[in-house]
Ligand binder design. Structure first.
Ligand SMILES: Nc1ncnc2c1ncn2[C@@H]1O[C@H](COP(=O)(O)OP(=O)(O)OP(=O)(O)O)[C@@H](O)[C@H]1O
Ligand SMILES: [Mg+2]
Length: 215
């Protein structure tokens, strides 16, 4: 188990196309802790989550990873952070539609030469964890919305990143699956991962160690 990675946003402002979307927001992701980002649609939850994941530049304030000023990192440093630490569960699932479930789960570990074969056991375990056992060979384009969402979560489970950024990870799921997915995410927190969840699900938010409301 790794010692964990902290990501801290201090007094962050984000302006996109001349519009201030986030102004002066601070948020702390600590190893073994969970943070919920809540607020109305359009409040900036996805934007802040992207900034915490170094996918969205900030126009003011800072993002630190450990002690490093990550908002100033160049592409190579950000790529290393993504590769070594981050598991990102995107609101739109971020899947390659024409590829198989197995390909999508192992995506970041795939090599040109050997494809998904070396990862078969890990992919199988990740799919079982989200209730999609045996679905490796299905094309993503044939899956339901909730099944797609669970493939996106299986990818994060497979990767075992210690910074987990989950954008409405339960939005398309029924109650049993919501509970199972929440269980998986909080299990990673108990193992030392830092978790941020953007969500409209106030029960899920209440289970996090802290809640940040955006307006
Ligand atoms: N690339 C962009 N260009 C222009 N506007 C953007 C861009 N990204 C985000 N915005 C705007 O920023 C605001 C916040 O968007 P964001 O997606 O962060 O909201 P959200 O809180 O995640 O909403 P939801 O609950 O609907 O997912 C919205 O008004 C959106 O239109
Ligand atoms: Mg959003």
């Amino acid at each position: 188990m790794s010692t964990g990675t902290a990501v801290v946003a201090r007094d962050v402002s984000i302006t996109v196309a001349g519009r201030a979307i986030i102004t002066g927001v601070s948020a702390e992701l600590a190893p073994g802790r969970s943070l919920a980002l809540v607020g109305a649609s359009g409040a900036g939850k996805t934007t802040l989550l992207n900034a915490l994941g170094l996918l969205q530049p900030v126009s003011g304030g800072s993002i630190t990873v450990g002690d490093a000023p990550a908002h100033r990192w160049k592409d190579g440093q950000r790529r290393r952070f993504w590769r070594d630490h981050m598991a990102f569960i995107a609101q739109d699932y971020g899947l390659v539609e024409d590829e198989t479930v197995a390909y999508n789960v192992a995506l970041h570990a795939l090599s040109v030469w050997r494809g998904a074969a070396p990862h078969r056991a890990g992919v199988r375990a990740a799919l079982a964890a989200v209730g999609l056992e045996g679905r490796e060979k299905d094309r993503v384009s044939t899956l339901s919305g909730g099944e797609r969402q669970r493939v996106g979560i299986a990818r994060a489970v497979f990767k075992r990143g210690d910074v987990i950024l989950a954008d409405e990870p339960t939005a398309s799921l029924d109650e049993d699956n919501r509970e199972a997915i929440a269980g998986l995410l909080f299990e990673r927190v108990r193992e030392g991962a830092a978790l941020a969840i953007a969500t409209h699900d106030l029960d899920l938010a209440a289970r996090c160690d802290s809640v940040l409301e955006l307006s």
